[in-house]
Design a protein around this ligand. Structure first.
Ligand code: ZN
Ligand code: ZN
Length: 357
């Protein structure tokens, strides 16, 4: 079999892999780039026509932005994804196959089966273990063990002839160290009674950080959320499947809905505008020079987050919802994976664009 990297290695976003054997072919994710240019994957029309299935790991646009492009270019096969991913997508492909959580082993064809599990990255995010023509392909999607909110089915003792693994952060630390650093940075920004603004994605790390802040700070630093994120909390907070049991036992009232205007000293505000691309977000920051601004995810080429960061108005402390390089090595060591292609890392690109396995 052969794996082609159509994007996502030494790249900004655009995660997409094409796999082809003698009888079967499929695509793993179809993302666009996050550098502001929305570049589509390097995949030929012939490959698009050849592919029988498209596997989608989760809703983020660096994994889904090019689904519509593939369909327009003539992809007609089923698009496999979880129900939560389907709910979050803007473009919903007609030929969608929803993964059934009661049957995580799916036989697509006699020599083509797929097993999947939760990755702990966001609601709906899954990894795939695909067995095709007697070979095993593992695709981690965006993967995070031990998240404070989302559940992960940790991958252990798995044999894969080809493993494509999240290695987004070129760091030696592990998740716990990074989470601790975020808490310390948040605390120091609120020192002296300042409010704290946390720009986040609509779907993803916001609820994880909120839970940890609630655990660590309690009443001392109440947590408020933009309506969109607060609605996610209401939607997911007591749903067991993608969320830890201990989270579902917490009352909804531990967080408060925020009008995106009112600020109180020492309170924490999650704003669903990760890249600060809305004018209202910029005005809020400029009108409150005493408010701390803490960025915790990738700073992309669009929006004003980058400008605030460069000028020192916003500070950065990475919240882990991917694997660090060290954790990618840990995962490889905990499984039987002779050939690993690390992906989602801006700086690291394998020597070749394709691998035979
Ligand atoms: Zn993601
Ligand atoms: Zn991603």
């Amino acid at each position: 079999m052969q794996l082609y990297i159509a994007g996502g290695c030494g790249d900004e976003g655009r995660n997409c892999f094409y796999v082809e054997g003698d009888r079967h072919a499929f695509i793993l994710d179809a993302g666009t780039s996050t550098d502001g240019f929305d570049r589509v994957p390097d995949i030929s029309t012939e490959q698009i026509h050849q592919a029988e299935y498209l596997f989608i790991s989760h809703s983020h646009r660096d994994h889904t932005g090019a689904i519509e492009y593939l369909v327009k270019k003539g992809f007609t096969g089923p698009v496999l994804m979880s129900n939560q991913t389907y709910r979050q997508l803007h473009y919903k492909p007609q030929n969608t196959m929803i993964l059934d959580s009661t049957a995580p082993d799916l036989e697509l064809e006699p020599d083509f089966t797929v097993h999947w599990g939760r990755t702990g990255h966001c609601a709906g995010a899954v990894w795939f273990d695909i067995s095709v023509e007697g070979r095993h392909v593992f695709y981690s999607g965006d993967y995070r063990e031990n998240d404070t909110f989302y559940r992960c089915d940790a991958v252990r003792g798995l044999h894969a002839d080809m493993a494509v693994i999240d290695a987004a952060y070129s760091r030696k630390e592990r998740g716990d160290d990074l989470r601790r650093a975020v808490v310390e940075r948040a605390e120091s920004l609120m020192d002296g009674g300042h409010p704290l603004l946390m720009p986040v994605h609509h779907y993803g790390r916001g609820l994880s950080m909120g839970i940890l802040f609630h655990k660590v700070f309690g009443e001392k630093h109440p947590v408020h959320m933009s309506p969109k994120l607060y609605d996610e909390w209401l939607r997911l907070g007591h749903r067991k499947y993608f969320v830890h049991d201990e989270v579902t036992e917490l009352p909804f009232s531990i967080f408060q809905r925020w009008d995106e205007k009112t600020l109180e000293p020492g309170h924490i505000y999650f704003l669903t505008d990760a890249q600060l691309s809305r004018a209202s977000s910029r005005e809020l920051i400029e009108a409150h020079p005493d408010m701390g601004v803490l960025l915790t995810g990738s700073i992309h080429g669009y929006g004003k987050a980058q400008c605030f960061y460069r000028s020192g108005r916003a500070v950065f402390s990475l919240w882990p919802n991917h694997l660090t390089w060290q954790e990618m090595e840990d995962l490889r060591a905990a499984n039987d994976m002779p050939l690993v292609v690390p992906f989602h890392n801006k700086k690291v690109k394998p020597e070749s664009d394709s691998f035979v396995f």
